[in-house]
Design a protein around this ligand. Structure first.
Ligand code: UD1
Ligand code: CA
Length: 516
């Protein structure tokens, strides 16, 4: 098999895109988590060209910086003040070695659904037919706005005529130029040198190369693409949404073919760079964004948004918002959890309902189950953070860090004022405000001792329903005490001499209850 790598792919992205009505350059608008031009660059890169060029002009610095970030190897070319697709390609060729030979592919920065596969098919066809020019064409019900493909009697392409330059007869043609081509580089160079700007738009048209090549007796081949989405460009925000929805349909399809179970494709959004393992279930209303990667056999959603988040095998993440978080194998998150950047949850760990975390490294089997803010913290293996615990990480000036050791137990409704260290295997009593460190094995209690004031309700709330309830409870207690006394007299002998020993007079001391 011969080498079909193109000498160069030129991505045209200099146009202004006025119909977008946006401060953002058209090619920087995104679908599927990537800019339009990033999609175009990705398809171009997929053909492994020797050179990949992106021609820019409108908002040049912004677009150039973006292109350099997306593909540092891409060559950014500035188009000069001469307008037109032909001039854009000419500028790109000027930046390449003069000795370059072989095939040059031209694509657009605003055609995001085009794939590398179609470009490779174009290259294969171009080579197989020994053509000087091969252009992707499509047959549209409504060809308005596009350049029309003129064919001569033998079926070959004779020229492309722009909408604004076409006769009534030519406007009736439904076969259009997609604007994606393969050219022999030598033919392209010398034909462009002959192209002028004498047309309705005063532009240097790339399409004129087709007519020039044909007039020189060279072979020009149409390559008809059936999948019309692949050649559709974005011109306004309605088209952006339409193409975005179609791209999503394709990405969800791909995820299912790779083994994910998607319950409701219509409400599932998956970005281009997301990966999902086998038998992971994606519940309705879930958005998997950016560089999110999900392991196998997870449950994600419903109503979950994960951005740049890693989820390991067997984890479940329900009704959750997470960004730049790492969720370990078998861990559980949600419902109603908010994981901010820097959250790391170890294997079989738990982040539960109404918990917000940020820059928090939560160890394996550690649990932060309810109603907690956990920011700037390291939590050791198996530690349990009680309901309503707040990590007070900010003193109004600086953020500080808290460490909670392995298998420690922080009682409910505690505030831990950072910077703080709570040693391994220690306890914090419920309702404590922890303002000094706790050593391993210690119990920290910071709350005031409880006082019960007898008769307070009778004196201060006389006549209320509360007082009546207190009276009723007191009467019932007195009656019960009498009955118990009578019973004890009757059964006294057996109890005192029985194997169980004397009846307990008070309940055994209670262990602190697990707050989960
Ligand atoms: C172009 C084609 C037309 C084709 C259509 C498909 C020409 C003369 N016409 O028309 O036959 O049917 O695309 O969409 O080529 N660009 C530059 N520099 C410029 C002008 C444009 O880089 O000076 C870029 C734009 O950013 C865009 C692409 O080229 O990505 C197409 O430009 P556009 O103005 O949309 O061309 P059309 O008039 O639609
Ligand atoms: Ca266009």
């Amino acid at each position: 098999m011969s080498d079909r790598r193109p000498a160069a792919v030129i991505v045209l992205a200099a146009g202004e895109g006025t119909r977008m009505k946006s401060k953002t350059p058209k090619v920087l608008h995104t679908i599927g988590g990537r800019s339009l031009v990033a999609h175009a660059i990705s398809a171009a890169r997929g053909t492994e060209p020797e050179y990949l060029e992106v021609v820019i002009r409108h908002q040049r610095d912004r677009v150039a910086a973006h292109v350099e970030r997306v593909d540092p190897e891409a060559i950014v070319v500035d188009q000069d003040e001469v307008p037109g697709t032909g001039r854009a390609v000419e500028c790109a060729l000027q930046a390449l070695p003069e000795s370059l030979s072989g095939t040059v592919v031209v694509t657009y920065g605003d055609v995001p659904l085009l794939t590398a596969e179609v470009l490779r098919e174009l290259l294969a066809d171009h080579e197989r037919t020994h053509s000087a020019v091969t252009l992707i064409t499509a047959t549209l019900d409504d060809p308005t706005g596009y350049g029309r493909v003129l064919r001569d009697s033998d079926g070959g392409v004779s020229a492309v005529i722009e909408q604004k330059d076409a006769t009534q007869e030519q406007l009736a043609i439904h076969e259009v130029n997609s604007g994606i081509y393969a050219f022999d580089v030598a033919v392209l160079r010398q034909a462009l040198a002959q192209v002028g700007t004498d047309n309705a738009q005063g532009e240097k048209y790339l399409t004129d190369v087709v007519g020039i090549a044909r007039a020189e007796g060279l072979r020009v081949t149409p390559y008809l693409v059936a999948d019309l989405w692949q050649t559709e460009g974005v011109n306004d925000k309605a088209q952006l949404a339409r193409l975005g929805a179609e791209l999503n349909r394709r990405l969800v399809d791909r995820a299912m073919r790779e083994g994910a179970i998607v319950i409701d494709p219509a409400t599932t959004w998956i970005d281009a760079d997301v990966s999902i393992g086998q038998d992971t279930v994606i519940q309705p209303n879930t958005q998997l964004l950016g560089a999110t990667s999900i392991g196998a056999e997870c449950v994600i959603g419903p109503d979950t948004t994960l951005k740049d988040t890693e989820v390991a095998d067997g984890a479940s993440v329900i009704r959750t918002q997470a960004e730049l978080a790492e969720i370990g194998p078998g861990a559980t998150v949600g419902p109603f959890s908010f994981l901010r950047p820097g959250t790391k949850l170890g294997a079989k760990g738990k982040i539960g309902g109404f918990v917000e975390t940020k820059n928090a490294d939560i160890g394996p089997e550690a649990k932060v189950p309810h109603l907690t803010y956990c920011g700037d913290a390291t939590i050791g293996e198996g530690a349990n953070i009680g309901a309503g615990t707040i990590f007070a990480n900010f003193d109004g000036l600086t953020k500080s860090h808290t460490e909670v050791g392995a298998w420690s137990f922080v009682g409910s409704d505690s505030v831990i004022v950072a910077p703080r260290t709570i040693g391994a295997g220690s306890y914090v009593a419920a309702g404590s405000a922890v303002v000094s460190d706790v050593g391993p094995g210690q119990l920290a209690v910071t709350r005031a001792r409880q006082r019960n004031i007898d008769g307070w309700v009778a004196r201060r709330r006389a006549g209320t329903k509360t007082e009546k309830a207190a009276q009723a409870a007191a009467a019932a207690e007195a009656e019960e005490a009498l009955a118990t006394e009578a019973g004890a007299v009757l059964e006294g002998d057996r109890l005192e001499s029985g194997p169980g020993g004397p009846a307990p007079t008070s309940p055994p001391p209670t262990e602190p209850k697990d707050a989960r």
